[in-house]
Design a protein around this ligand. Structure first.
Ligand SMILES: CC(C)(COP(=O)(O)OP(=O)(O)OC[C@H]1O[C@@H](n2cnc3c(N)ncnc32)[C@H](O)[C@@H]1OP(=O)(O)O)[C@@H](O)C(=O)NCCC(=O)NCCS
Length: 157
């Protein structure tokens, strides 16, 4: 998939060990309880996991990443994050379009995710792509007991 999709000066690619510093930095700037670098290294080793990056600009800086699992007929999104300086420029939408394409290619029937109930930006992003709210997991986030909103998107057979 490396460099397979590019538009203007933005390139979407599979990540490698060399991208983990950039991924970890974006993660830390994006979440109250960021994943550790080792968790992303584990993702690189899982055959069913995808960890992909968006490079943008003349220096090809990593500005965003996504992490999802394709297992049987389900695609589960674990993580989508954009560097704070690069938000509201369509990077997450680009990643979501790609994830939907991969779901179709992988013959997934449903996409699913959890998001903090307070994360209105992310919920709006997912709603824009057709995800519906299908439930709540009470006190899902261990650090502060916040509920998770469950969202899913069924793909046509
Ligand atoms: C949520 C997040 C990924 C959006 O990334 P982004 O690149 O800024 O999003 P885009 O520019 O592609 O926006 C796509 C759509 O998302 C929604 N959206 C994005 N940011 C939003 C905000 N701050 N408020 C409301 N809606 C927002 C809008 O519907 C937007 O479409 P529009 O531009 O036509 O209004 C980004 O804010 C982020 O990294 N947040 C921290 C990490 C996180 O919460 N990840 C999601 C949980 S897995």
């Amino acid at each position: 998939m490396q460099d397979a999709e590019s538009a203007n000066d933005t390139i979407l690619a599979s990540s490698t060990e060399a991208d983990l510093d950039a991924i970890e930095a974006i993660e830390r700037l994006s979440f109250p309880v960021p994943w550790a670098r080792a968790a992303f290294a584990d993702e690189l080793a899982r055959p069913w996991a995808r960890l992909e990056i968006l490079r943008h600009g003349p220096n090809g800086r990593v500005v965003a990443f996504c992490n999802y699992w394709l297992v049987a007929d389900e695609l589960h999104i674990l993580n989508v994050a954009v560097h704070p300086e690069e938000r509201r420029r369509g990077h997450a939408a680009r990643l979501l379009r790609h994830i939907l394409d991969e779901a179709t290619r992988g013959k997934a029937r449903v996409l699913s995710l959890e998001v903090r109930v307070s994360n209105h930006a992310a919920a709006a992003l997912y709603r824009k792509f057709g995800f519906r709210e299908v439930g709540v997991r009470p006190r899902y986030y261990a650090n502060d007991g916040e509920d998770a909103l469950l969202m899913d998107l069924e793909l046509p057979v």
